[in-house]
Design a protein around this ligand. Structure first.
Ligand code: PLP
Length: 444
């Protein structure tokens, strides 16, 4: 059975396709009510990091629900919320040790931006009213998070509702103007930021970046020394740094936070998605203690409040995820199986005529499909290559995530892979087999 508009009463995400009805999941596999199975090679949208039907997580959440599911963060704290904050502070870049919990990545990004702006006012820098983000980049779909997302095609309809956010180029090696990306990339991008901050003369309060760029530039890694060069510029101009780890954090790239793998020491780090492995909504931010001290000295508190902030049913899921990581050596699995995945993808896709670039780290990979490998010319958007190829993979029982627009804001076809972090070599090999076989049959 499938559902297609106008059947049912759900406002379906895509009003022009058939939706299989999922009945259950087990590990990396999803099953629909017709008995078909799908390898979830994107963990949904990078969230079901510990696979489906994981009873260790479900039982821990259930047990917390039976004790107390919800208390308001303004009135109470709770055991799991305290424990999750403490354990995340040990896993975070040095100095980040006060955490707050919300539901979605977009909310947490906006809360982090508000915190940075609040700090500017506490410091007497109220004239700092601008954020710098990168293009391409993605930070969420609520209005300010979308404003900060450097993906022009997302903004066409909602442009009049969005706020002005300044942008610099994101370091995507495959489409970088820098000839020797590894050697010269850090200086190039840091001087672009510096020029912008000079031009804006004291108006900028924060810079936001994904340590490893997730869906908007295909798991792109920064060049050597990039984040220390950007940090030096931010320090010089009194600009706070926000790491958006909603997608790349929680073990996805083989270190618990991707900032560790990329030498990023942010002032505020935002997490989401895999932190609850998709069992309940959970996101949050963790901030430097000194910055919280500044709020206290200014007589204030963090000016952000939402109903679900710090709710124990969510934070118990986060604690259960951390327990699972420790009990099952999940980070070791990501490093071991992830390096196998990266090597196999690079070698098996190298002969495919439409594959322009493969990048990634750990269990996150992006594949850019191009019309011409020599010139790196993207396919015209009207061909909808990423969408059509992903639909073929879906028919063949492989669920991936597609993205577009990274080449020039409109064109650019990406296929993203992010299998659950518990996947073994056989499951990863099966994923690559289906990918290669589908690619070999695919006609643009
Ligand atoms: C890097 C990044 N930040 C923020 C978000 C927004 O998260 P959510 O969809 O949970 O609001 C996403 C979602 O894909 C993301 O990839």
């Amino acid at each position: 059975m499938t559902v297609r508009f106008p059947q049912g009463n759900v406002l379906l995400r895509d009003l022009h396709r058939d939706y299989p009805v999922v009945s259950h999941g087990r590990g990396v596999w999803l099953f629909d009510t017709d008995g078909r199975r799908y390898l979830d090679a994107s963990s949904g949208a990078y969230i079901a990091a510990l696979g489906h039907g994981n009873t260790e997580i479900a039982d821990a959440i259930h047990s917390q629900m039976s004790r107390v599911a919800y208390v308001n963060g303004l009135q109470f704290t709770s055991g799991p919320t305290e424990e999750l904050a403490t354990r995340l502070s040990r896993l975070s870049p040095a100095g980040l040790d006060r955490a707050s919990f919300l539901c979605s990545g977009s909310e947490a990004v906006e809360a982090a931006i508000k915190l940075a702006r609040q700090l500017a006012t506490v410091r007497g820098d109220g004239e700092r009213d601008k954020l710098v983000a990168r293009v391409p980049g993605y930070h969420g779909n609520t209005l300010f998070a979308l404003s900060a997302s450097g993906r022009p095609h997302y903004k066409t309809v909602f442009g009049p509702l969005l706020s002005d956010v300044l942008t610099v180029s994101a370091p995507y090696a495959y489409r970088s103007p820098v000839d020797d990306f590894e050697r010269d990339g850090a200086d190039y991008y840091a001087s672009e930021l510096r020029d912008l901050l000079i031009a804006e003369r004291g108006r900028v309060f924060a810079f936001i970046a994904e340590p490893v760029i997730g869906s908007s530039a295909g798991a792109a890694l920064p060049p050597a020394g990039y984040f220390s060069a950007m940090a030096a510029v931010c320090r010089e101009f009194g600009v706070l740094m926000i790491a958006d780890e909603v997608l790349s954090g929680a073990g996805r790239v083989g270190t618990f936070f991707a900032s560790e793998a990329t030498g990023f020491s942010p002032d505020i780090l935002v997490f989401g998605k895999g932190i609850s492995a998709g069992y309940v909504p959970l996101s949050g931010l963790i901030v430097r203690r000194e910055l919280v001290d500044e709020l206290v000295a200014g007589g204030g508190s963090f000016m952000h409040s939402q109903t679900w902030m710090q709710a124990p049913v969510m934070t118990a899921a986060g604690v259960a995820v951390l327990d699972y990581f420790e009990r099952h050596g999940t980070l070791q699995n990501v490093r071991r199986v992830g390096s196998h995945m990266q090597v196999e993808l690079a070698s098996r896709l190298s002969e495919q005529s439409v594959v322009g670039n493969v990048s990634g780290m750990g269990m996150l990979a992006g594949i850019e499909l191009v019309a011409d490998r020599r010139t790196r010319e993207p396919f015209a958007r009207r061909l909808r290559v990423a969408e059509r190829f992903s639909a073929r993979l879906f028919e063949n029982g492989l669920v991936v995530w597609s993205n577009t627009g990274q080449a020039n804001g409109v064109d650019g076809d990406l296929v993203m892979l992010a299998p659950p972090l518990i996947a073994d070599r056989e499951e990863v090999d099966h994923m690559i087999d289906v990918l290669v076989a589908t690619l070999s049959d695919f006609t643009v």
